[in-house]
Design a protein around this ligand. Structure first.
Ligand code: SF4
Length: 337
């Protein structure tokens, strides 16, 4: 986790209110819309300058859709996204889109797929500057070399005219990071950026991102299924389950004092490098389903070892239970009659 003194977290960079992203589910010979997948369902949160919010959950819980909706690779179904004080929920004017995309970027999971194999490293990294028509060719070359050096591609001029297939997995992800950061963005979504890398270089890339976040004072949404990574990278953790935020709070508070049964199960599954250490294991049944036209009840109901009658009939709301620690679970917000 970043040192508190390195973070100047005073102003809100991103404010999200009741964000929803639904996808139509088509069926039958006429491919009619029969139902909707509630991939992101009523999320509200803020990220301040220099802060890293880790979005944690199993595959299929809506993490990536949330990230893509925030950087406007998906159009939101409902809700509001405010970025640097401006409403960017629906960007219609070309000038507004250009402004937004110069200040927000995304780093994808797979460095083998996210880099165009027909383009040189210079073309790839300088592409955002080309799109924004920024500077002369010489300026773009210098800026590309500068950011390559910052991400540890050295000497940068030896890599400028190479192609992605000539680089290792770790070098490719560094190039992907360089492309995302070359315009000095204010906000970056990083979608499992180290999960495809060898374990030996994962830590190096994570350290690199931590240093860059601190040096450039950026705000990050860090998507991961790995709570150990979330603990290392973030100031705040938000746990998602089937499109809903089920728990939110400061990173150490969530790790040391998890409340939601799903968060407890995720934490109990993280291996501890101490054979003497005994931790209570929380077993959850089955696998994650799909939130297609979900019933108005707790989305975790089918898998929860503590489910009560009320959980089958009402949807728990995310509620602050003290010091900004929020949880959506009737165990904390409602007593059974
Ligand atoms: Fe389990 Fe009920 Fe809490 Fe949902 S609301 S997590 S079903 S106890």
């Amino acid at each position: 986790m970043p040192e508190a003194e390195t973070i100047n977290a005073t102003d809100v960079v991103l404010r999200v209110e009741n964000l929803k992203k639904f996808f139509p589910v088509r069926k039958g010979v006429f491919s009619r819309v029969r139902s909707f997948l509630h991939a992101v369902d009523d999320l509200s949160f803020e990220i301040r300058r220099g802060e890293v919010l880790a979005l944690v959950g199993e595959s299929g819980c809506g993490k990536t859709t949330t990230g893509k909706t925030l950087v406007r690779l998906h159009e939101p179904t409902d809700g509001k996204i405010e970025f640097l004080g401006r409403d960017v929920t629906h960007l219609r004017l070309a000038a507004d889109k250009k402004w937004f995309h110069s200040k927000s970027q995304m780093i994808f999971q797979d460095p083998f797929e996210s880099l165009n194999p027909r383009k040189t490293i210079f073309d790839i990294v300088s592409e955002p500057m080309n799109i924004q028509s920024e500077g002369s060719l010489k300026y773009r070359e210098e800026k590309t070399m500068e950011i390559l050096k910052r991400v540890g591609i050295s000497p940068p001029d030896a890599f400028l005219w190479r192609y992605p297939h000539e680089l290792s997995g770790g070098q490719r992800q560094r190039v992907a990071i360089a492309r995302a950061l070359v315009m000095n963005p204010e906000f970056v979504v990083a979608d499992e950026p180290t999960s495809m890398l060898d374990v030996s270089i994962r830590t190096q890339v994570m350290k690199l991102m931590m240093n860059l976040i601190s040096e450039m004072n950026m705000s990050f949404l860090y998507i991961t299924h790995d709570l150990a990574v979330a603990r290392y990278m973030s100031n705040y953790i938000s746990v998602m389950y089937l499109g809903k935020m089920v728990e939110y709070g400061e990173t150490e508070e969530i790790i040391q004092n998890p409340l939601h049964p799903y968060t407890k199960a995720l934490i109990s599954a993280v291996p501890v490098p101490d054979p003497e250490f005994k931790r209570k294991s929380i077993q959850i049944k089955g696998g994650i389903g799909k939130a297609i036209d979900p019933l108005p009840r707790c989305r975790f109901y089918d898998r929860c070892p503590y489910a009560m009658d009320v959980c089958a009939n009402e949807e728990p709301q995310l509620t602050d239970v003290g010091n900004g620690h929020k949880v959506a679970c009737f165990l904390y917000t409602k007593k059974e009659e």
